[in-house]
Design a protein around this ligand. Structure first.
Ligand SMILES: C[S@@+](CC[C@H](N)C(=O)[O-])C[C@H]1O[C@@H](n2cnc3c(N)ncnc32)[C@H](O)[C@@H]1O
Length: 200
């Protein structure tokens, strides 16, 4: 039930619109953190991406990703069971790490970002699109109030995590900061930030 609800919410048109600005920038060997659900699968530019490896701890969401895969996706995309905080890959293995709506749910975002940095090749990029703490004090206040009730029904999703500041705090460089509220969504869950971060 929860995986299907997450899959549904994460595939709504305002969310897909934001994804379409980020995911097609991926290239080479790609690692997707929290790839369960497979919502980004159709957005990768097959001319630029060699393969996509996903990690996700949720069997239900991995099953959903597999349901969404067409026969032509096999060999291009696969998801392994695992957590972003402890990636089962050697250092410098990927050209791009993609994280969309995942850092809200991991146990330890700083550790997940440190792992993303470790597995990126020199010159590699972290592409992120995450919802999080609103810059508006009034909205942030409501996010703090709602979060304890929201987390258990939304698969452990936090509403109050800073996004771009966490990425730069992990030692990435983010040349351009982007943020906005997604359309047609309640403000407490609608603030998203995205960017292309380099590990240099
Ligand atoms: C809101 S869903 C988003 C799914 C997908 N990233 C997307 O863009 O639609 C959060 C995802 O993070 C995954 N997740 C939770 N804890 C995680 C962890 N420690 N490491 C990696 N993924 C995790 C969940 O299983 C789920 O697939």
């Amino acid at each position: 039930m929860v995986p299907r609800l997450i899959g549904f919410c994460c595939s709504q048109p305002p969310v897909m619109k934001r994804r379409a600005e980020v995911v097609p920038l991926a290239s080479g060997k790609v690692l997707e953190l929290g790839a369960g659900g497979g919502a980004n699968l159709g957005l990768y530019d097959r001319a630029r991406v060699e393969s996509v490896t996903g990690v996700d701890p949720s069997e239900g969401l991995i099953a959903l990703a597999e349901e969404r895969m067409a026969p032509s996706d096999r060999g291009f995309f696969h998801v392994e069971r695992g957590v972003a905080e402890e990636l089962p890959f050697p250092a410098a293995s990927f050209d791009t790490v993609v994280s969309t709506f995942t850092l809200c749910s991991v146990q330890d975002p700083a550790r997940a970002l440190a792992e993303a940095k470790r597995v990126l090749k020199p010159g590699g990029r972290l592409l992120f699109l995450e919802h999080g703490l609103s810059p508006e004090a009034d909205v942030a206040k409501w996010q703090r109030r709602i979060e304890p009730f929201w987390k258990p029904i939304a698969g452990g999703c936090h509403l109050t995590r800073p996004v771009t500041d966490s990425v730069t705090g992990a030692g990435f460089t983010v040349p351009e900061r982007h943020g906005r509220y997604m359309e047609k969504s309640p403000k407490f869950a609608a603030w998203v930030e995205w960017g292309s971060a380099s590990a240099a």
